[in-house]
Design a binder for this molecule. Structure first.
Ligand code: BG6
Length: 454
């Protein structure tokens, strides 16, 4: 019974940087069968050797690779793929192309019966990269197209943040400890801040970014997935559908965002980037105040913020607990006794969890100081850690959908995003230009919500 992965968009940046190295490591570590065929497909005319050079294919995977150059809109490409696949029984189709090719590829796979149901033990699975649509109507249309030919349980919508060790640990931390979950609600939590900051700009992806903006690029997927893991109810079991049901409930509970509490920014110099309009109004920073209106979270603000060209790369969730009802230590200066308890889940670059609390400063009197009790994930990782793409590819091969987005979840996320995009359309007078290397726009809204620094 043969195995194969067909990689559409094999010459793209993502294939070169992430997918091929991940496949190579999985084969090397014996996680994928040593004889799995990796069939790269892309429009560029290249010989196999030229393809290896072009994508800098890792040595270890070269003997598995075949390359097909062809246009994804032409039948001959799919005939060639079908022929190479032969009677292989376990096949993953990986769509790492520009999104405009998703529909033609999916339709052609079905039409040429390349991806028809397999016999017992065999499978056809399809991995789709983001962006999954650009708004609710386009996401729905794409879902309809795929679901016409594939079952939901064959579709793996990838969000690489869900493959990160420290993101997975959010569920482990919440649902395997008795001491945090009882206070994980509106009675004890004052507000929650979720940050996805990057120091890089748009790099060579100006064209894509001009159509996306950071709201679609990061918030709709990575940031909302983190939000769901923080806010969801304990699932009935840790199975794909039970987990995804709970996430969908969170998205459905998010109240329509008040646009007056959204800050959008653009880093100085963005308009000079390659393939970016000189008068672009696309946002590279966004802050928003969200409310998850359910019994657990009513009234608790979730501040979300993300930006490019900020001071440093940092992804973290900060849970700020309510202050004690009375201040016992009156004599102490405000800035010291006003420090709240915080739980900081740092996702990257360090992977750590800290609890921030006040203790008495040693010495005479009753002065308080804030200290951190920290668990560092890296102290417990032995050997080379599994990367996000490795984990997700392996999950797909093993048929585990837990870390992949379901069609209803994707659509619910667009329902939160679309009203913001609509409100922004046409008038960009609220856009704030910020200096690269800083923590983003100077804005009263950020100050009022303690989100002007990190
Ligand atoms: C991608 C976005 O999904 O995630 C990029 O399209 C972003 O704009 C990247 O830079 C960040 O991923 P990571 O794993 O480096 O935090």
């Amino acid at each position: 019974m043969g195995n194969a992965i067909v990689l559409f968009g094999a010459t793209g940046d993502l294939s070169r940087r992430k997918i091929l190295p991940a496949l190579s490591t999985l084969i090397e570590r014996g996680k994928l069968p040593p004889d799995i065929a990796v069939i790269g497909a892309a429009t560029r005319e290249l010989s196999l050797e030229e393809f290896f050079d072009y994508v800098k294919a890792p040595e270890k995977i070269r003997s598995n690779i075949e390359y097909i150059s062809g246009n994804f809109l032409e039948e001959s490409t799919f005939h060639a793929i079908g022929k190479r696949l032969g009677g292989r029984e376990k096949v993953i189709f990986y769509l790492a192309t520009p999104p405009s090719y998703y529909k033609p590829i999916i339709t052609a796979l079905a039409k040429h019966t390349i991806a028809t149901q397999k016999g017992e033990g065999g499978f056809n699975r399809i991995i789709i990269e983001k962006p999954f649509g650009v708004d609710l109507p386009t996401a729905r249309e794409l879902n309809e197209t795929i679901l016409r030919y594939f079952d939901e349980n064959q579709i793996y919508r990838i969000d690489h943040y869900l493959g990160k060790e420290s993101v997975q640990n959010i569920s482990a931390f919440r649902f395997s400890n008795g001491m945090f979950e009882p206070i994980w609600n509106r009675n004890y939590i004052d507000y929650i801040t979720i940050t996805v900051a990057e120091n890089i700009g748009v790099e060579n992806r100006g064209k894509y970014f001009e159509e996306a903006g950071i709201l679609r690029d990061i918030v709709q997927n990575h940031l909302f997935q983190i939000l769901a893991l923080i806010a969801m109810e304990p699932p009935a079991a840790f199975t794909a559908d039970a987990v995804r049901d709970e996430k969908v409930k969170v998205f459905k509970s998010v109240k329509r965002v008040d646009i007056k509490e959204v800050v959008r920014g653009q880093y100085r110099g963005y308009r000079e980037e390659e393939n970016v309009a000189r008068d672009s109004t696309v946002e590279t920073f966004v802050f928003a105040k969200l409310f998850v209106e359910n019994w657990r979270w009513a009234g608790v603000p979730f501040y979300i913020r993300t930006g490019k060209r900020l001071e440093q790369k940092l992804t973290e969730v900060v849970i700020t607990f309510r202050q004690p009802p009375l201040r016992m230590f009156n004599a102490i200066p405000d800035e010291v006794c006003g420090i709240p308890n915080q739980l900081v889940l740092r996702i990257q670059p360090e992977r750590s969890i800290s609890i921030r609390f006040g203790v008495k400063r040693p010495g005479q009197g009753m002065e308080m100081m804030s200290v951190d009790m920290r668990f560092n994930y890296t102290d417990y990782i032995t050997g080379k850690p599994i990367s996000d793409y490795e984990r997700l590819l392996l999950d797909c091969y093993q048929g585990d959908l837990t870390l992949f987005a379901r069609s209803d979840g994707v659509e619910e996320c667009w329902k939160i995003i679309d009203p913001i995009e609509h409100a922004w359309r046409g008038d960009a007078s609220d856009m704030v230009v910020y200096e690269p290397g800083t923590w983003g726009p100077d804005s009263d809204i950020l100050f009022e919500n303690q989100c002007h620094a990190f």
